[in-house]
Structure formats: C-alpha cells, structure tokens
Design a protein. Structure first.
Length: 441
C-alpha cells in the first residue's frame, strides 16, 4: 500500500544525493543495527513493544533500545523491566557531558541544517507560540540522539509512537542525516499531538495499526506521507500467551470472575464496566471484577476517580484494583476469569490486553469503537456493544455467563483470529522488509 507524494522526503533526498566519503551515516542495510526509541520505557503498557523488539532480534536486526526517560517505578511491573532498563539509553536528563556532546553534534550539522530546523519549528501547523518553544527545546535531545547513533553504530531509528518523541527523531534526521520510521498506534492521528504533517514528511517509512488509521492518514496526510507505508497491527506471542489449563465456563454456583486490563485513563471506560458489575449483582449474579493497570501518574491521578466510582456504587468488596501487573500475573488472571470485558471509548484495533485475552481463549466483551471491529467480529470471536452503555455491557456478559456453549465457541474462535492476523512478528517483519527496501534503494 503506497501513497505518492509530490516532494522528496528525507529518505528520498538521501537516496538521490551524491555519496560523501566524509559522511558517517548511511541508509540501513539488512541485518544491521538500528535505534528503537520508546517514550518512558519500560512502562506497564510496553509489553507489545518488548515483543516487537524481540521479534526484530530474531529477524537479525540488532535494535539498540532508547527512551526519553524512565517511567515511575510502580509502572515498571514486568519481569523483564530491570533487564530492559539496563540496556536502554535515556535522553533525559541531560548531563553536562551530554550537553557538550549534543552541542558539538548540533554545531557540526552546520548553518544550513540549523536553518532547516528553525523553519520546521516556525512552520509547525496548528501549534501555539509556547508549543513551538517546546519544539525548540527538543533540539538538544535530538543532538544527544545523533551522538548516540554515532557511538552505538546505527543510522536509522524506529519510533513506535507519533508523539513528541517523533519530533526528536525528526530533528535528529535533519541534524545528523539519520533516517527514521514511525508506527501510528492511534486510536486517531490527533491522539499523539500536533505537527503530524512534518513528523511524517521526513520519515523513511511508516506503519499503521489499523486499516481505519491508514485510511485516515491517506485522507488527512496524503501529501506528507512517505512512499512506503502499510498496515501492521501490534500483536501477541502465541508461544507464550496460551492456556495452561482448558477454559471452564461459569457454572452458576461460584462467584463469576470478570477481568479487564488497561491503564487507568478515562478513554478505557473502566467506570462502565464497574457499573455493569453493579447491574449484574442487582440481578442476583455474584459478579467480581479485577482491574489491572495504573494511571500515568503512578496512582496519583485517574485512579482516584476509579476508587470513588467503586465506593459510590458500594462495590468495595467486589471490585479489586490490581495496579500495574506483570505479564505473568496477567496470564494468571486470564486463566482464572470467566469473561474479559472492556468499556473503551476509543481504540485502534482493540487494546493489546484484549488480544491477549482472545489468545487465551477467553470470551471477550468489547465496545464497538474506533477500529475494534477489525479485531473482533461480533458474535463470531467476541461480542461488541455500544460505548458508554453499562446496561449493554451487563447484558452481553450475562449472555456469556448463562450460555456455556457460546462462551466456549467465542474463546476458540478468538484464538484462531489472533493466530491468523495478530502475531507479534507481523509488524517486526514489515519493519525488516522496509529496512531492506530503503537499503536497496
């Protein structure tokens, strides 16, 4: 899938330029070293990025882990978090040595590239003066990124996020002739802030998690998209995300266990699942809910709203907030629960946790928002319900609880769907293929 743009992007400029024996940087080659730049890594939601990183390694790509800064300690919940920290280079904070090295890298770029960077800032669409000053403040971090590229031996960086970290990669591409690529995770282009036009204009290639996002980009960003773009959803490692014991539907006698996993943020719609639990209990069903995930402030933010919602609905004894959990704890919860439910207000193609639940052969209830229909086919491998509707969530959960044949059928079909379309290797293979393509170009 391609979109031809009228002007040359950064990779096309490099490909058509005369080679220079003085240039350290070059277009990446197959089985080479690249940077892999993740914001605030390793956090609770980064399991799919760790899988992609591992898949890239399996494909012969040596990926140097890079990040903006470390997340709060209680968001680093995975068994591999400590290992990941040790092998990750962080852009923030800038030490005195970092400032000197970054300044030297920027100085070596020369006046023409300084001017180009300034023009990018001044032309940034839809940004206030304060936001443009923030862009200017990212330049030293771009300088550090250029320095890391030289010392670590890579000339391409993949950025699985289109937020401010993409702006850093963009400036580094201008100042240091580093190529970069992007993954748009969504759920919309606006999710990751302004300046999307320029972020994509200078990218070598890009991936979109859903067909819906791809089409939105074609509509809104067509003149700025790189030549090489494709749809490649993040996914699940089926070798590790699998049941140890067969799924057992609810028998109507024991408490029914509902599970949901996602950062504590309004967009995840946790309050609607909580209210659905209240409805189930009012109907005489002994429903219990576990919520895995933490807010972006390490428990000091939206978690307070969730706690208040639980108290106001008199569900303190029946709803448990687990906080950020490890991959292993998450799998245990999938093994034990009867139904997985999410009340999201928007999603790209469903949360990664939903994919994991499906891979674990769990019956899933999910809101029909964003591109969720690309993940779940209603009543085939899951049940879709309208958003912001606790009553419909409760009805769908009740159907699964009271129909064991439906629960088993949905779970079996769900794993088949993940195996067919949402393997964790899919996006890594596409990155590998595009790296080969621009190398040969």
């Amino acid at each position: 899938m391609t979109s031809v743009r009228p002007t040359l992007n950064r990779t096309q400029e490099l490909a058509t330029a005369k080679p220079s024996v003085q240039s350290f940087y070059s277009i990446p080659t197959p089985k080479t070293t690249i940077g892999y730049l993740i914001p605030e890594f390793p956090a609770q939601t980064h399991i799919f990025l760790w899988r992609e990183y591992q898949a890239l390694t399996d494909l012969g790509i040596n990926s140097k882990l890079l990040s903006t800064r470390k997340p709060p300690k209680n968001l680093m919940s995975h068994s591999w978090s400590e290992e990941a920290q040790k092998i990750t280079s962080y852009l923030f904070p800038l030490s005195l040595r970092d400032l000197l090295d970054a300044s030297l890298a920027i100085w070596k770029a020369g006046p023409a590239k300084w001017l180009q960077s300034l023009k990018i800032i001044l032309k940034a669409p839809g940004m206030s003066f304060k936001q443009k000053l923030y862009l200017l403040a990212l330049i030293p971090f771009a300088g550090k990124l250029v320095r890391l590229a030289k010392t670590q031996g890579w000339s391409h960086v993949h950025v699985p996020c289109c937020g401010n970290v993409a702006n850093i990669a963009m400036f580094a591409s201008v100042l240091g002739d580093i190529t970069y690529s992007l993954s748009q995770l969504g759920p919309t282009l606006e999710t990751y802030g302004p300046n999307q036009e320029q972020k994509w204009k200078y990218a070598a290639f890009g991936l979109f998690q859903s067909q819906q996002l791809y089409q939105e980009a074609q509509t809104k960003l067509a003149p700025f998209l790189p030549k090489d773009i494709d749809v490649a959803p993040v996914g699940v490692n089926l070798d590790t995300i699998k049941r140890q014991h067969p799924y057992v539907p609810w028998n109507g006698e024991e408490p029914c266990r509902i599970y949901t996993c996602g950062r504590l943020n309004p967009v995840k719609g946790h309050i609607y699942v909580i209210e659905a639990i209240k409805i189930l209990r009012q109907q005489g069903i002994d429903a219990r809910l576990q919520i895995a995930g933490e807010d972006e402030e390490g428990g000091r933010g939206y978690r307070k709203v969730i706690e208040r919602c639980i108290q106001e609905n008199a569900l303190t004894e029946y709803v448990e907030l687990l906080g950020a959990v490890s991959e292993e704890r998450n799998r245990q919860a999938y093994e034990e629960a009867h139904v997985y439910a999410m009340g999201s207000l928007n999603e790209t193609a469903g949360a990664v946790a939903t994919m994991e639940a499906m891979a674990m052969e769990m019956p899933v209830v999910m809101t029909d928002v964003g591109a969720t229909c690309e993940l779940i086919e209603h009543e085939v491998d899951g049940i879709l319900v309208p958003p912001e509707n606790s009553q419909e969530l409760a009805i769908a959960i009740t159907r699964i609880l009271q129909d064991q044949e439906l629960a088993l059928r949905l779970g079996k079909a769900a794993r088949k769907k993940i195996a067919a379309k949402f393997s964790h290797r899919r996006s890594a293979e596409k990155i590998h293929d595009f790296l080969n393509k621009i190398a040969n170009r």
